[in-house]
Write a protein that binds this ligand. Sequence first.
Ligand code: FAD
Length: 333
Amino acid sequence: MFTRAAIPTFRAARTQFTRSVRGYASEAPKAEKKPSNIPFIFGGAGVAGLGVWAYLERSGKQPLAPAVPGLNGDAWTPLALSEVEQISDNTKVYKFNFEGDNAANKTAGITVAGVVLVRSPTGEGQVNDDKGKPVIRPYTPISSPDQRGSVDFLVKEYPTGKLTPWLSQLKKGDEILVKGPMTKFEYAPGQFDKALFVAGGSGVTPAYQLISHALENKADQTKWTFLFANVTEKDILMRKEWEQLAAANPDRLKVVYFLDNAPENWTGESGYVTADHIKKHFPREEGDKVRAFVCGPPGQYKAISGAKKGRDQGPVGGALKELGYKEEEVFKY
Ligand SMILES: Cc1cc2nc3c(=O)[nH]c(=O)nc-3n(C[C@H](O)[C@H](O)[C@H](O)COP(=O)(O)OP(=O)(O)OC[C@H]3O[C@@H](n4cnc5c(N)ncnc54)[C@H](O)[C@@H]3O)c2cc1C
């Protein structure tokens, strides 16, 4: 139901909207005062798209209308819940539909790797922080950037959290407000020969967005190793999707699961990810162009890459430092 949409699209319409995101609290990051380049980019993409459309029409193939931007980096856009699926005890996948004219051709316009900001609608029921301001949280869509008509989010619920209990009680048709997209890290094929992604829990979403996007491009030969740490086997989110990706890309993706509480006959790794595990599963040779991504709970950052320093990346620490990784070879989400 929530697979990445295989809808053919005009990739040119995928946005170059590169607004840098540095970090989040309950406040939205301060808007940069640069004029938005969305109209220009989508305008250009629209012209290219119309050319393709005309060609398809002449060739007798079913034409596909040009994609249009469904979100705005400067304003909150309402999206309506259309599907929800419980995928673990505390995690759901939500599909939110674009609304208004041409909703079926709207896309989130994300440049991978990117996020959007989510909040509750204004008025009665608005979720506020202790200062009475709306609670705003970043989320990483797991749907393809080209998916039309809707955006999918995987969200882990924190019963004592502010926004996720509210998200969790939404009914079909209820709205959220979304702003963005914002680029966290601009991925391009060939930036590095091989990449490591260490994630824990809901840190799976940026890993999935980035790795599935990279693997979709068959001309991109970057090889990926994904080390995914969880408490128990049932906490492994999107396991089916990871296994499908690994089976379809045996030369480009290796997935290793780590469990704190491993069952008997467990064939993955047990315990936390360490420097030795990284060396074993992601060996690097002299001259290899590598990048290590990390997204997980604070303890995992500390142990693997060193913590972020406020909104900045901060120095490399933990296992990656022990292994000699340089600052430019590490990206902390
Ligand atoms: C770039 C980025 C992308 C993200 N993408 C996703 C995603 O795709 N999916 C996803 O599920 N999450 C994602 N997150 C996390 C998400 O933004 C929220 O932080 C998460 O959903 C929790 O929100 P909340 O308001 O429900 O909980 P919060 O109110 O933020 O609380 C979370 C937990 O911390 C505890 N807590 C809160 N304040 C304190 C305090 N002062 N002291 C001690 N404990 C405290 C709460 O009790 C709760 O257990 C992402 C985060 C970032 C930075």
